[in-house]
Write a protein that binds this ligand. Structure first.
Ligand code: IFG
Length: 515
């Protein structure tokens, strides 16, 4: 009898011991995060997301609730779990807890503290919460990116991550004029760049080959100017509703849309739509080639400025961000003495509608308004002219960040007028030391343009942007002193599984040990 009793007690004890799951040891330092966070401290244990995990948000904070729901929605497809999202007035004992805290730093700063029972996500703004979620995403197995339920344990390594960005402007540009891309492709582009904590998307909406945004007061801009593209395809355009949908989709992912109307050059599509914009009052032929620098608005006709006023007014009304880009590049047939007063006047029109100006670096020949940004793409001397006027510089050197540049001479897409840009060359540079006279304080940030003369669909967009855009995202986010090619290329290799599951058609550079 006694032995039986003892046996059952020992059995009970053994059973109960194996039932109380010991958290599985994990090393946070083993996770190859990109962009590299400011500070990572591993504590060696782990947190498991299960169907019982609740996502708590700080009571009464709707934007925190929005981010909590965003996280629940993100987790659901691959985990098959519809996690509860609940308000809480105090820090919960367990689960995932999103809340604001008066962290020092900007609204993009966040702290992510993971222990065995609680994941504590705090930030001083919605953006910080979003970026914490993007980091959490990379701490989970890559299979979290799947769109169907995976048979995976959803373990996260324990520890503490404190993180904040180096530059405030971290972006990309998509040229939707040379070739037109549908709304869903633009949204995918937004998904991709927001995954790596970029926060700006510059849309190149007009050029010689196509006008891509509906302007209700000048309907032929899209009816005629939006009717074709490089190679003679059918082109297309965004209605104002579609554009507003893109702006809202981007905003939810902490991305600000910056629309560009390129002028006075790169304007053939508008010049084909409206004869009066030409000095000879003759409408131009639609153009489907890839030459540049042959077009110009007639800078001494009043109707041109009435036109620009209408366009900027309608564009500003549907653009929530603070910037409008006025282009200004390659105005090879606009005499400088006409170009300068034109740029001066257009800046004032943008300012009239409550927006700030960005222009390609040639605009530095004009008198820049105090908030105008100079986007350095070709001539550092122009950027320095802008700095001399007190302007900040947006760094986009074609030799480093032009995503339409071929990787090497064998790349089947893209151009190479600026350089061949392999994955190492795209990463091994520092905006703040690249040119004497352009220093850290002169720079607002980095932007990677993808021009689409040779790019016609989302697969080709992915091939040219990945993996180089991942390095550009790190250059925008992480302190320059933390950047090291040998370390980065190992972390980049670990992005392979994630990109494959996401269906990203990336270039398998021979400089990275992908397997
Ligand atoms: N330069 C032109 C673009 C595009 C590009 C292709 C700028 C600012 C060459 N202007 O880059 O329109 O044609 O690489």
């Amino acid at each position: 009898m006694y032995q039986t009793l003892m046996f059952s007690i020992i059995t009970m004890l053994l059973l109960s011991a194996c039932n109380t799951k010991e958290p599985i040891p994990m090393d946070l330092n083993e996770k190859h995060l990109i962009p590299k966070p400011s500070k990572v401290e591993a504590t060696g244990s782990s947190f498991e997301i299960t169907a019982a995990t609740t996502i708590f948000y700080e009571e009464g904070k709707d934007d925190v609730k929005g981010m909590a729901q965003f996280l629940a929605d993100f987790l659901q497809p691959a985990t098959g779990m519809a996690l509860a999202v609940e308000a809480t007035a105090t820090k919960p004992a367990g689960g995932i807890y999103l809340h604001f805290s008066a962290l020092e730093g900007t609204n993009e700063t966040y702290t992510l503290e993971l222990n065995e029972n609680l994941i504590d996500i705090s930030a001083s703004g919605e953006a910080g919460l979003f970026y914490a979620i993007q980091t959490l995403r990379q701490l989970l197995p890559a299979s979290i990116e799947a769109t169907s339920k995976q048979d995976t344990m959803w373990l996260l390594p324990s520890g503490k991550i404190e993180d904040s960005p180096n530059y405030t402007y971290r972006g990309a540009m998509l040229d939707v004029s040379r070739h037109f891309f549908q709304v869903q492709d633009v949204k995918k582009f937004i998904d991709y760049i927001s995954m790596y904590k970029m926060n700006k998307l510059h849309l190149h909406l007009s050029d010689d080959q196509g006008w891509r945004i509906e302007i209700k007061s000048w309907p032929k801009l899209t009816a005629i100017g939006g009717s074709t593209e490089v190679g003679g395809g059918e082109g297309g355009f965004y209605t104002q509703e579609e554009y507003k949908d893109i702006v809202a989709y981007a905003k939810k992912r902490q991305i600000t849309i910056i629309p560009e109307i390129d002028m006075p050059g790169h304007t053939n599509a508008a010049l084909a739509a409206y004869p009066e914009l030409n000095c000879d009052n003759k409408a131009r032929e639609l153009y489907t080639g890839t030459k540049v620098g042959f077009s110009t608005f007639c800078t001494d006709k009043e109707v041109v400025y009435e036109f620009i006023d209408d366009v900027i007014r309608e564009l500003a009304a549907m653009t929530t961000g603070e910037y409008i880009h006025i282009g200004g590049d390659e105005s090879h047939v606009t005499p400088l003495e006409d170009y300068i007063p034109f740029i001066n006047r257009v800046q004032k029109i943008v300012e009239k509608y409550g927006k700030k100006v960005i222009g390609w670096d040639e605009i530095a020949h004009a008198e820049l308004l105090p908030n105008t940004l100079v986007q350095w793409w070709a001539k550092a001397d122009n950027a320095k002219k802008g700095i001399a006027q007190g302007a900040k510089v947006l760094v986009s050197p074609a030799t480093k960040v032009y995503l339409d540049m071929q990787y090497d001479s064998t790349t089947h897409l893209g151009l190479h007028w600026a350089a061949y840009i392999e994955v190492d060359s795209a990463y091994i540079w520092n905006p703040a030391t690249m040119v004497d006279g352009i220093k850290r304080d002169d720079i607002i940030g980095v932007e990677s343009p993808l021009w689409s003369e040779t790019i016609t669909n989302l697969d080709e967009i992915e091939y040219m942007m990945f993996p180089r855009i991942i390095g550009h995202a790190e250059i925008g986010w992480t302190e320059a002193s933390q950047q090291n090619w040998e370390d980065y290329r190992l972390r980049l290799a670990h992005q392979k599984e994630r990109m494959e599951i996401l269906g990203i058609d990336f270039y398998k550079s021979p400089l990275v040990d992908w397997d």
